[in-house]
Design a protein around this ligand. Sequence first.
Ligand SMILES: Cc1ncc(COP(=O)(O)O)c(C=O)c1O
Length: 340
Amino acid sequence: MINFASDNYSGVHPRIMQALTAANTGCACAYGDDTYTADADAAFKALFGDDIASYVMVNGTGANVLGLAALMRPYHAVVCSEIAHINVDETGAPENVLGSKLLTVDSKDGKLTPKDVEQFLFAKGVVHHSQPKVISITQSTEYGAVYTPEEVKALGDFAREHDMYLHMDGARIANAAAALGVDVASFTRDAGVHVLSFGGTKNGMMFGEAVVFFDKKLAEGFEYLRKQNLQLLSKMRYASCQFVELLRDDLWLQTARNSNAMAKRLAEGLAGIPGVEICNKVDVNSVFAIISPEHQEELHKQFAFYEWNEATHEVRLVCSFDTTEQEVDSFIAAAKAICR
Ligand SMILES: Cc1ncc(COP(=O)(O)O)c(C=O)c1O
């Protein structure tokens, strides 16, 4: 089965596997008091500047939920897109852990603008309403769209004007950075993001994500939140060593460049095939296309992929750090043969 289902169907990058093996010698202090975790923190500081705080987490849901928890009280609300991972793919964990409301905005490509958030401001100061406190955006979005640094900054400025915070789910931040070709700090810290979930698992790591605070005051007590909410890894060196390797020599960008390039190749090859309609502008590593259920069934005999929208038969095809040109070309050839 050839994988276009998700970037977390892929295995572990060989360099990450080597880093894990190298870390597996002797003992190391537990719970993050090890040199690998200190090196991971140094690697994040090299990307974002010294005045940050980074925390290695077990997974992306934990990183998102606790990054938000650091910014909120239960009577606060998070504004996010309807298709945000925190809204549709975390089994209600944000609502459960934060005790807070998510205020959602209809957005096909998953992007938000200040205007989208403005509609919720009427509730500010009204005791009967949840208080909009955090804007949460995903970079790149669940629909493969990318915010420019200016678009993030518009939201960062808006958040500050209205006493709110800006949170970024960066499960696929590498794909966004590779697509934009700019310094990662320019669309995070410099654009006014307060807290970032920095993804690793979708980009060649075995497991692990990180929460990065760009205002260290907001990180006060985060180590207790992380432990109380089941995200403190005991043998943390095994997650941290992966980040050290991923961030070494721009491996994280090389891997993302491959997944982005493979998605572009796939979209270009599929365009013009009768019976296949490309729906998105392919900037990162996912292609969304309408393919009839009968044709999907045939393609499923060789390829793993998901139907994104059952009503319209729009499928999502995701490329990974290890997707090859041959795999892409075999999907295109099969689609040519099947989708007539
Ligand atoms: C946009 C986004 N955020 C966060 C996550 C992280 O989720 P997990 O808790 O599975 O690591 C994912 C994974 O699918 C995702 O797509």
